[in-house]
Ligand binder design. Structure first.
Ligand SMILES: [Zn+2]
Length: 218
């Protein structure tokens, strides 16, 4: 049983996952990352209830967690995982759902075999670094909960916790990972560069005036 949490390993695994499977856009698309993994499937509680011919409420009552859980099956072709998540609109917000999916993915990629407090801490640490990559967080100069909720798609409590743990998380990022991430998330829009002054490209249309839209120069 893994009681001691290895936060550095959890953070490194999150960054390796981003470098291998993320499109380099925020908020991180956790479902898209999970779908890229050959042996991991994802299904909502609603889809699972339909597949089993069960009612949503009976299915959720039988689940080990209100938010999400992972079923594991070991067969001749290796281990397969099914991540199930609660898609009930009345249960939490999108930020919380995204965190739950990232947490379950953390359990899978960190190869946790048993429930333990250490495994839970590691899965949360993985989710924090996957959804809210430290090098990108450090680039923001306006650090408040609202900014983090919008930029990283976090719930308010996750945003608060990311801000509180920011200094401690700094040392978990190796320099090679930092450089790779900055490259991955570099804006590729040619017009938008750091430090560039942005002016409104379109003048407000006056009432009654017509606007001429020019053909692009080809
Ligand atoms: Zn867990």
């Amino acid at each position: 049983m893994r009681e001691r949490a290895d936060r550095r390993r959890a953070a490194r695994t999150a960054y390796r996952t981003l470098l291998a499977a993320s499109e380099g856009r925020l908020p991180i698309d956790v479902k898209a990352i999970i779908k890229k993994l050959n042996n991991v499937q994802i299904m909502s509680y609603t889809q699972a209830a339909l597949a089993l011919g069960d009612s949503f409420s009976r299915l959720t009552q039988g689940m080990p967690s209100d938010s999400a859980c992972t079923l594991v099956e070991e067969g001749p072709a290796g281990i397969r995982y099914l991540v199930l998540y609660n898609d009930d609109a009345g249960y939490g917000n999108e930020g919380r759902r995204r965190w739950s999916l990232a947490h379950e993915l953390g359990h899978i990629l960190l190869k946790h075999e048993e429930d333990s407090s250490g495994a839970e801490i590691e899965a949360d640490c993985f989710a924090r670094h996957l959804l809210c990559p430290q090098p990108l967080l450090e680039r923001l100069d306006a650090l408040d909960e609202d900014v983090l909720c919008v930029a990283f798609g976090l719930s308010r409590s996750a945003a608060r916790s990311a801000l509180r743990g920011m200094e401690a998380a700094r040392i978990l990022v190796d320099e090679d990972m930092r450089a790779g991430l900055m490259e991955l998330f570099r804006p590729d829009e040619g017009l938008l560069r750091p430090g560039q002054k942005v002016a409104c490209a379109l003048r407000r249309r006056r009432k009654g005036a017509t606007r001429t839209v020019r053909e692009p120069n080809l």
